[in-house]
Design a binder for this molecule. Structure first.
Ligand code: AMP
Length: 223
């Protein structure tokens, strides 16, 4: 993967629960560029309790996507911020073909080219098990799993010592099923779109967090 002199601009994509958030957070530590998660931006708006937040919450809770215009506006504002001048890792955007096309235009206008779109591939049966078991620290957001990644001390966050955890409301079986349907219908078409542009890199996401992260690292090493 090579950089265009303006830092690294990369998209992490894949089905819900494929691990893109986890990998984006790890990658952010290594390449020192911001991790832009549109899901987190939307959840932050929900937290404010605004009318817009309530509208967003209803869509997220049902496993539906928020309208393209809304998310595009939010993302464009974010990538115009100062900390994005050396690049960014996009997590959860683009999620539709129109979003992919707008991203292209947006970056072209700014003289930026995408370096890569990394698809983390995980089969549906593993996805369901991963999502239904995952939870996170209320204070620092560090992620855990009922079976695969328990805190070292029961009920205490390894990272910050907090003792309160939460599960996402949209991490339930019905919503995940709808998220997977939406993924296939609306998000998957972005994969061949980026493949045609020569940007797609596929990574097997079924191994350990560390194994997947090593695979992503190796893409950067091939500069
Ligand atoms: P995530 O945290 O990436 O799993 O996103 C959680 C939810 O936020 C998704 O299921 C969607 O409802 C919404 N969302 C996040 N990113 C987008 C996007 N780019 N376009 C539309 N909806 C989004």
């Amino acid at each position: 993967m090579n950089s265009n002199g303006l830092g690294i601009h990369v998209v992490l994509t894949g089905a819900p629960g494929c691990g893109k958030g986890t990998q984006a957070r790890l990658l952010k530590e290594r390449v020192a560029i911001p991790h832009l998660s549109t899901g987190e931006m939307l959840r932050a708006e929900v937290q404010t309790g605004s009318a817009l937040g309530l509208e967003i919450k209803a869509l997220i809770d049902d496993g539906n996507l928020v309208p393209d215009e809304m998310i595009i506006k939010m993302l464009e504002k974010r990538i115009d911020e100062d900390d994005c001048k050396n690049g960014f890792i996009l997590d959860g955007f683009p999620r539709t073909l129109p979003q992919a096309e707008v991203l292209d235009k947006m970056l072209e206008k700014k003289g930026i080219t995408l370096d890569a779109v990394i698809e983390i591939q995980v089969p549906d049966e593993i996805i369901m098990e991963r999502i239904l078991g995952r939870y996170a620290c209320m204070k620092c957001g560090h992620g855990y799993h009922d079976k695969h990644q328990k805190p070292k001390v029961y009920g205490v966050c390894d990272e910050c010592g907090a003792t309160e955890f939460y599960r996402r409301i949209d991490d339930n079986r019905n919503t995940v099923q709808n998220r997977l349907v939406n993924y296939r219908a609306l998000t998957y078409p972005t994969i061949p779109y980026f493949e045609k542009k020569g940007l797609l890199r596929c990574v097997d996401g079924t191994g350990s967090i560390e194994a997947v992260s090593n695979k992503i690292d190796s893409l950067f090493a091939v500069a």
